[in-house]
Design a protein around this ligand. Structure first.
Ligand SMILES: N[C@@H](CCC(=O)N[C@@H](CS)C(=O)NCC(=O)O)C(=O)O
Length: 209
């Protein structure tokens, strides 16, 4: 199978981390979602990453839908409980982290694609407030030693790739004190083998960032 997307995309990297964690071999298509948009659009209908091209040619899109397929392959080793309140908790923590990422990315894109005089201050303030609220709520709900308790889950992976993205691109609502527990969780996860195997190469950067 082929994972399409560069690892500066937190949702692409989270799929890569799960693939490594599950020991599922894969190749990579690292063409840029911005620099090579036309080529990526031929694979991924919305011209978004990640996409996962299966061995029979089927293309899966959207990190959550891709992980649903990989979790099935992983069986008992899946990074999410199979049912019940524990599964709900992992899904909700992951959704909080992914939703926070969406608001952070909206700020990054607004600033990237618009000159300062064309940016909407109202939109930026709204997104920044939502991103801060997401981080606050994640911090409030965080368990120990991992986000949802004793074992690593998709929530840890999403939080870790989110924190990397914020530290790299837009860290103004990420507080080293208020959100210290999230930052420390991310540090702890980045040291794990699956995260290290999905480390970024120097070329994996949005143009102009
Ligand atoms: N919900 C989707 C979000 C995918 C997404 O937003 N990908 C970004 C990169 S992080 C992208 O492709 N951006 C380019 C664009 O939307 O034009 C997922 O989890 O896969």
């Amino acid at each position: 199978m082929i994972l399409v997307g560069q690892y500066d995309s937190p949702v692409t990297r989270r799929v890569a981390i799960a693939l490594h964690h599950y020991d599922i071999p894969f190749a990579r298509d690292t063409r840029s979602i911005f620099g090579d948009a036309a080529a990526v659009g031929k694979i991924s209908p919305l011209t978004r990453i990640p996409a996962l091209v299966l061995d029979d040619g089927e293309v899966l899109i959207d990190s959550a839908a891709i992980l649903d397929h990989l979790d099935e392959q992983a069986g008992d080793a899946a990074l999410i409980p199979s049912s019940g309140p524990e599964r709900r908790r992992v899904l909700q923590m992951t959704a909080l982290a992914q939703g926070t990422l969406e608001k952070v990315a909206a700020v990054v894109y607004e600033r990237h694609f618009h000159t300062p005089e064309r940016r909407s201050t109202e939109w930026l303030d709204r997104c920044l407030g939502q991103a801060r609220a997401g981080l606050d709520e994640l911090t409030r709900r965080l368990a120990q030693p991992f986000a949802c308790g004793a074992v690593l889950t998709h929530a840890d992976v999403m939080i870790t790739t989110l924190i990397w993205y914020m530290q790299d691109r837009m860290n103004e609502v990420l507080s080293p004190t208020t959100h210290a527990a999230l930052i420390s969780l991310a540090q702890q996860c980045e040291a794990l083998p699956a995260f290290r195997a999905a480390a970024l190469s120097d070329f994996e950067k949005m143009p102009g960032s």
